[in-house]
Structures are given as C-alpha cells and as structure tokens.
Design a protein around this ligand. Sequence first.
Ligand code: FA5
Length: 333
Amino acid sequence: IIEPLKGEIDKIKNIQEFQVLKSKYVGKKGEISKLMKEIGKIEPEKRKEFGAFVNNLKKEAEAILEEGLEKVKQHLKEMEEKKSWVDITLPGAKRKIGYEHILKQTIRDVYEIFSSMGYKIVEGPEIETTWHNFDALNTPEWHPARDMQDTFYIEGKDNIILRTHTSPVQVRTMLNTEPPLAIISPGRVYRKDEPDATHSPAFNQFEGLYIDKNVTVGHLKATLEQFLTMYFGGSRKVLLRPSYFPFVEPGYEVDVDCMFCGGKGCNVCKGTGWIEILGAGLVHPNVLKNVGYDPEKWQGFAFGTGIERIAMLKYGISDMREFYRNDMRFLGL
Ligand code: FA5
C-alpha cells in the first residue's frame, strides 16, 4: 500500500487529485478500511497484532498524504506567483488615446485667433426661422437661395428651416446686444447639396461680425489678413473680388495668396496664385435697420467661410467625406 501511494502522491497537481487519492487510501471505502474489514478473518490471537499493524499503516499513509498536500500547495503557490510576475524592465505597452477631431481642432484654432483680437464666441440654433435666415438678412422671398431645392424645410411648415448658413446668428446677436460688438459664430449648417469631394448636405461654417463706428473695408481686409496669417502661418495677403451677398454692400469673395507656392501658381491654386476662402462685406444698411440699429451711426463688416474648407486646405485633405467617415487612420491625423 505504502509504495504505490508514494508513487501516486508525487504525480498529483491539484487539490482535487489529492482528494481522490486520499479517499482511495484512507477513505471509508479505501484500501486501509478494506484491510480493517479483514480483521474478522484473522485468528483471534493475531488480531491485536494485525490491528496495530493496520493502524500504523494508516498513520504512515496519512503522514505521506499530509506531506504530499503541502507539496501541492507549495506548487500551486509558485504557479500563481509566476503568473503575476512582472518584468519591470520591459517597455510599457502604449495606451491608445483619442484625438480631437480635425474639425474641432480647426474650430478651436479659429476661436483662439479671434479671441486674441477681442471677439466673443456666440452660438445659434440649427433649426431657424426663415425670417432670421433670410428676411432679416435682406434676402427677399424671390431670392433663389430660398428655393425648396436648396433649403431643407421642416415638414408642414413654410417658415421653419434648417439654417443654410451661420449668418442668422448675426441677426440674433444684434437683436439682443447693443453695439459696438465683435463676435465669431461656428456651427453646423444644411443645404440640399449632393455629397461629393467638396460638398456635404451638412457641413460647418463660421461667421464673423464686427459692428462699430466708422468701420471701413480697410478694417475688414486687415482683420482677414491677420486671421489668415495666424491660421495658415507665414505672412498672408488677401484679394477682395467684388461679389454679391444680399446682406452685405459692398460684398466680396475673398482670396488668400496660395500658401503652397508662395503665390507663384501651382496645382492647388490652379496656376492663379490665389485661393478662394471667404465671403465677406460691409453689413447692408437694411440688415442694420431690421435689427433696430441706426445705419447712420453704426457700420460693420461680416464674413463667413466653410470650416471643412479651411481645414482641407491647411491639412491637405482632398475629400470632404473623410471628415464624417470615422476612419481611425484619418482621425489620428
Ligand atoms: C455664405 O454662406 C455666406 N453666409 C457667407 C458670408 C457671410 C458672406 C458674411 C458675406 C458675409 P456661401 O454660400 O458662399 O456663403 O458659403 C460659404 C462657404 O461655405 C463656401 O465658401 C464653402 O466653403 C462652404 N460651403 C458651401 N456649400 C457647401 C457644401 N455643400 N459643403 C461644404 N461646404 C460648403
């Protein structure tokens, strides 16, 4: 009994195996109990001797089991320690961290630049009235921009829309603020445009509005030059090309000198040396009147641009749809 027990106890690896072995030898139905039951068959004068022998056997077996159990416990403890052992000399696994989306970064850059010039950040609602989005901005009923084909109307309403630009925030701000004022307003706008590399039905714009006394186109030009220089770096020049927006007079399309070729002409600026970047102008007297400002006393300038557009130029992104695809390779830029 003792020899096979010694052989088996060395092989056990866990407590369950130990329990099986223990009951096999010293359990109620184990080898030693079986021997005990033989006692009746023994001649009476040898019984005492046999009993003592079996008892000793049991004690010996129990001692071997006890020792075996200690070994198993020790073994298990070592395994556990090995598992939780840490090599502190290994380089740490880099944890992946999130990135701020490029559009958010761009909006923050715009905030920071204009904050440094004393502008306040103001936001407005994306669901707008046609009055704030069009009428107050001197854009009458017959104007093509109001067309159902360009503008998302809220179902069942003919005066509630998704704003088509951030310019209604000019109106809302002037209605509840006394001049002078200087604000920047970023936000999402909506147009029924087919998505392609440079268009999306939902995109972001930011608007700037400055109202004070004796404001001229010179102030507008210097402000935009300062913004574009700080945003794109280097020393930027702007070109004002006369254009039409109902809410400004005079109105301009604003170009910036091409930062990729120093104005010499390249693929990005199509050889012209200039890149179209903003719409701008002096606030139309009718807009000032609509919000209760006296156009004889107050003047101002306004400008607006697509945030995707300026981000695409700065980071060399060729397809606007990348902004909304959530591709990790793009988001990690
Ligand atoms: C306006 O929306 C005027 N409110 C800008 C303005 C403000 C002019 C203040 C004067 C004074 P426009 O429709 O051109 O202008 O749009 C401005 C910019 O939005 C465009 O230059 C372009 O960069 C961007 N944009 C227009 N449509 C889309 C579109 N579908 N997807 C992405 N960007 C667009």
